[in-house]
Design a protein around this ligand. Structure first.
Ligand SMILES: Cc1ncc(COP(=O)(O)O)c(C=O)c1O
Length: 369
């Protein structure tokens, strides 16, 4: 079986983990946390980085820190992971969706301005699958309407928009370190910002809002979103190889693109836009509208041939849990629906070898004749 993802852990991971065990620093109090935060902040060009337990937690804390609450509207893509919307809904705020752009699969920024009302509070930008959102126009809109920008860069380690690192654009930006990301801590996430107050709030929110003096007296409800020293040890070792990992992924993307270019019945990821080259968080394929096979059939046939796959995200407008809340009734997001209906991704992990890429391409040619 060629798995859909396999991480690479053959750098300093073992040494640093051993150090945790030998020194006994295994909780969130250990020294690797600060080292990882400092190095990460430097990489992304931000003043503050706050390590947390996963990318969803990073988004939850970021949204709470920005004070998004009842009745506030947050403009966000329909096509994204459920992590983006959880805290918005729990806080009593209103998610306002925009559809996807058909080639990059990112939110269609031309639709943002039309969604702004007097209740709009923030734009949640999510860079999807390897190409960044066109940030300059988004930042311009945010400035003009005085909206906050939350940037979900979970899939964008090492990516840049017009030469500036992804994760450096939001009032607050977030990352995930799940094992299918360009760098992993097993489970983990990071919040980055240049705003000292937001950083302090996020640090407090990740740590149950314990207080310095009266530790067990709470003025605000937080979470235990702390990252452990063990996770940070992994993260530090992974961060040392970020450039190498991005280059491996780009090589993977180039080879898949070359080998699959002759398939007429699928849409491949865009190799680049005017402002960035794809880093292929995952290598996605979207079946043509007139494909004789549907996504489930194709994924099933690939599985029978030993190729792991995953479907694309199910858009927010189709989520039963959100529909039951009465959200997005009568609204239509045809591009996000198309991506979900016709999209899936093939093995894209860092440990993928050239012969495995060639095997995946060979099987795809057999299946998608
Ligand atoms: C865009 C995006 N945001 C948030 C997350 C959530 O991260 P985590 O799985 O670490 O909670 C993911 C995870 O894949 C993601 O792709």
């Amino acid at each position: 079986m060629i798995p859909v993802n396999e991480p690479l852990l053959d750098g300093n991971e073992k040494n640093y983990l051993l150090e945790c065990i030998e020194t006994g620093w295994i909780s969130s109090e250990g020294p690797f946390i600060k080292q990882f935060e400092d190095k990460f902040a430097e990489k992304v060009g931000r003043s503050y980085a706050i390590a947390v337990s996963n990318g969803t937690a990073a988004l939850d804390a970021a949204i709470e820190a920005l004070g998004i609450g009842p009745g506030d509207e947050v403009i966000m893509p329909a096509f994204t992971i459920i992590s983006c919307i959880g805290q918005i809904v729990r806080a009593g705020a209103i998610p306002v969706l925009v559809d996807s752009e058909p080639l990059t699969w990112n939110m269609d920024i031309k639709q943002i301005e039309g969604k702004i009302t007097s209740r709009s509070k923030a734009i949640l930008v999510v860079h999807i699958y390897g190409l960044p959102v066109d940030m300059n126009p988004v930042l311009e809109i945010a400035r003009h309407y005085q909206l906050k920008v939350i940037e979900d860069a979970a899939e964008m380690h090492g990516q840049a928009y017009r030469g500036r690192p992804c994760g450096s654009f939001g009032d607050i930006s977030t990352f995930s370190f799940y094992p299918n990301k360009h760098i992993t801590t097993g489970e983990g996430g990071m919040i980055v910002t240049n705003d000292e107050q937001l950083a302090e709030d996020c640090r407090s929110l990740r740590n149950l809002c314990f207080q310095a003096k009266k530790r067990f007296v709470h003025e605000r409800l937080g979470w235990n979103f702390r990252m452990t020293n063990l996770q940070a040890a992994l993260g530090l070792a992974q961060l040392e190889r970020l450039e190498e990992f991005v280059s491996r992924k780009r090589n993977m993307g180039r080879l898949y693109t070359e080998l699959l270019a002759d398939l007429s019945n699928v849409q491949l990821p865009l190799a680049s836009t005017e402002y960035a080259d794809n880093i292929y968080w995952v290598f996605g394929l979207v079946l043509a509208d007139n494909s004789s096979l549907d996504v489930e059939q194709v994924m099933c046939m690939l599985g029978e041939n030993g190729i792991g796959t995953r479907p694309f995200f199910c858009p927010m407008n189709q989520q039963p849990v959100l529909k039951r809340l009465g959200l997005f009734a009568e609204e239509s997001y045809p591009e996000a629906d198309r991506l979900y209906r016709q999209g899936f991704y093939i093995p894209s992990g860092l440990a993928l070898k050239e012969e495995q890429i060639r095997e995946v391409a060979k099987v795809l040619h057999k299946v998608l004749v």
